[in-house]
Design a protein around this ligand. Structure first.
Ligand code: ATP
Length: 646
């Protein structure tokens, strides 16, 4: 059993929460005209509902009982006209409300999605994807139901109920009081029902969440389930959760059926009271026959919205719980970091290097990906844009001599923990020159990938700093920083779409370089052989391509975006020797002329790196070229021996 317990995310809201509704109203306000129009239709609909029994009363009392035919066709026509008007009004009201509901749902979805896009990596580490998807889909859908059936129609129901009570009292006070003698029972039942239903709903929703969480996990891991023959156990667990969900539904069904039965019986009791007391009144001559029929019809209309109470109750409760979850997500401020101005920049004393703080302009003509020889990074190193005091300040941050300011990247005594004080990196330092290729190696879990995540600011260092060309990366706007760094992930993520889309990710500049980029990394060879070439469909996560092909596509993607710094988390998955050679060639094309930080798992691939850094328990243990480290016979030597002992 890999699943158990109550889904922690579950909240069971109140039926009406002023605070939540207050915030929700802000989303409805832009559509207030449509909503007010729908509200204005409510009294008209209520009036047409109330008029129908009255017309019947007039027809009976003034015509049928008296045997007067004239006027009856007019009344029948009026009755029909009112029914027709009511249906038109109902159509308009439902349409307007649903229109507003759809617009509000659209707006909330847009707001929520753009909010989620700005949340930090830490947030995504802690939040299951399934729960975010359900926030954007089912939770928002529940709000739509509120428009279709919940809030506004309740206002209409109250209008009709008040109108019926008024008309009945006006027609005959005593008969009304006798009829309404069933009301205290009805009110008591409604209150008791509310309490019981709340408890029953809590169970249903919690178990439903359990069921969805299990399904998401089990279907997501279907390959593992099938490969390890776990289908039977998974099915058993699913049956258990499914049964517990059904079981939780029984009290709801019971209360729902009980409420229906009680309301139905009370309505019949009320009709019986009307016939018993009203019949006597007719005999005494104090009540007309038409009034008796109208009373019976009014009482039918009185009980009908009460019968729908449980459906509306469940919609409102669901909507409040959804609002609570949606607003909690919107209130989550665990955002991606904003640039923090340096003290000097804030004081206006530092001329900021504009190449850093602005996204670099798109390259003219051939990009670096095209292997152009006159690119910035393959030409002699440009002079530092910083001078004098500024330069000294920056250099101090990099703990070195002035020429360090020319260094492209500088990790300066960085400390980092994913959780509390559980440090993954402890005072790690590394300087990289422009165009240099540095490999990080070390035991698994040593912190290599973490170093690369800190460089692209998926997380921020806790102590120490990382500078690029002398500027602390925390001072840079994220888009500018990330435009300079190309990251190739261990497990390349492909989207559904074409190969061209996967290389360019829809960026117009990158799109122009797709074929060139594929050629640089040698991906063009296999792409050209595909029936549709660059327009070949890639299915979700790239399932219709081999691991090696996926790697090459992701290399081409990095080249198409033409970054000056490259971060490569080398794939751990083994590929065959032919593919490995292809990938190795691809890598060479990719790294050409770029400052490259490689997290290496296969030591064979990094023998010719300019420098190799061994990370051990979050600290730099060794540093040097392959030959130097082998000669030193330390950690690297041992790792190398281990890998090649066969
Ligand atoms: N998102 C995360 N949340 C919490 N802990 C994490 C997270 N990512 C990594 N860690 C922990 O941080 C430590 C360093 O992980 P990191 O991925 O940097 O190691 P690595 O050297 O790249 O390992 P490998 O060679 O296996 O890829 C590990 O102990 C890991 O469990």
């Amino acid at each position: 059993m890999h699943f158990g317990g109550i889904y922690e995310d579950e909240t069971v809201g109140k039926v009406y929460d002023r605070r939540l509704m207050g915030r929700f109203v802000a989303y409805i306000l832009p559509y207030r005209r449509m909503l007010v129009t729908a509200l204005l239709l409510l009294p008209l609909i209520a009036a047409s509902k109330l008029a129908q029994p009255w017309i019947i009363k007039v027809a009976i009392d003034d015509h049928i009982v008296k045997g007067r035919m004239e006027g009856l066709p007019t009344l029948a026509a009026a009755f029909l006209a009112i029914i027709f008007a009511e249906s038109i009004l109902m159509f308009a009201q439902v349409y307007l409300l649903q229109w507003v509901g759809q617009r509000v749902m659209y707006d909330i979805r847009v707001k929520l999605f753009s909010h989620i896009q700005r949340l930090s990596t830490r947030f995504f580490d802690q939040t299951p994807v399934g729960s975010l998807v359900s926030r954007l889909t089912s939770d928002i859908e529940v709000l739509g139901e509120m428009f279709a059936a919940g809030i506004v129609t309740v206002v209409g129901d109250i209008l009709v109920l008040a109108g019926i009570v008024g008309i009945m009292l006006w027609m005959n006070v005593r008969l009304s009081l006798v009829t309404f003698s069933v009301l205290p029972v009805l009110i008591w039942v409604a209150f008791a029902f509310r309490k019981w239903m709340r408890l029953a709903f809590r169970q249903v929703r919690a178990r439903q969440a359990n069921l969805s969480a299990f399904l998401a996990e089990s279907i997501g891991g279907m390959a593992v389930v099938q490969l390890f023959n776990r289908e039977r156990d998974e099915a058993k667990e699913f049956r258990r959760l499914n049964a517990s969900y059904v079981e939780a539904n029984f009290p709801v069904i019971t209360w729902d059926a009980a409420l229906y039965a009680v309301v139905e019986s009370l309505s019949s009791v009320a009709v019986a009271l009307i016939i018993w007391y009203g019949g006597g009144e007719i005999v005494k001559g104090t009540l007309s026959f038409g009034s008796l029929v109208a009373f019976i019809q009014y009482i039918e209309k009185f009980f009908s919205p009460i019968r729908d109470l449980s459906a509306k109750y469940s919609i409102m409760q669901g909507a409040m719980a959804s609002l609570e979850r949606i607003f909690a997500l919107l209130d989550n401020n665990d955002r991606e970091p904003e640039p923090v101005p340096s003290p000097e920049a804030a004081a206006g004393t530092v001329r900021t290097d504009s190449r850093l703080t602005q996204a670099p302009p798109p390259p003219e003509g051939e990009g670096r990906g095209g292997g152009s020889t006159d690119s910035l990074w393959s030409s002699p190193l440009p002079a530092s844009p910083l001078r004098g005091e500024e330069l000294r300040t920056r250099v101090q941050a990099c703990q070195g001599s002035p020429e360090h300011a020319l260094q492209n990247i500088c990790f300066n005594d960085i400390w980092f923990a994913y959780k509390d004080r559980d440090y993954v990196l402890k005072g790690f330092s590394l300087q990289m020159r422009r165009g240099e290729k540095v490999a990080l190696v070390g035991e698994t879990g040593g912190g290599k990938t973490t170093v690369t995540r800190l460089l692209s600011r998926l997380y921020d260092v806790e102590r120490g700093s990382i500078t690029i060309d002398g500027t602390d990366i925390r001072e840079l706007p994220l888009p500018a920083l990330r435009k300079r760094i190309g990251v190739v992930l261990q497990d390349p993520y492909l989207f559904s779409g074409t190969i061209a889309y996967n290389i360019s990710l829809g960026d117009p500049e990158a799109l122009k370089r797709v074929e060139q980029a594929a050629a640089v990394v040698g991906a063009d060879r296999f792409i050209r052989e595909l029936p549709k070439g660059y327009d070949e469909e890639v299915r979700e996560r790239g399932v219709n391509f081999s691991a090696g092909e996926r790697q090459l596509i992701s290399f081409a993607r990095a080249v198409a975006f033409d970054p000056e710094i490259l971060v490569l988390d080398e794939a751990t998955a083994s590929v065959d020797t032919a593919s490995e050679r292809l990938i190795q060639q691809g890598l060479e094309g990719l790294m050409q002329g770029r400052t490259t930080l490689v997290v290496a798992h296969r030591l064979s691939t990094i023998r010719d790196a300019d420098r190799i850094v061994v990370i051990h328990h979050g600290e730099k243990a060794e540093e040097g070229t392959h030959a130097e480290l082998m000669a030193a016979q330390g950690l690297y030597y041992r790792l190398y021996q281990l890998q090649f002992k066969d």
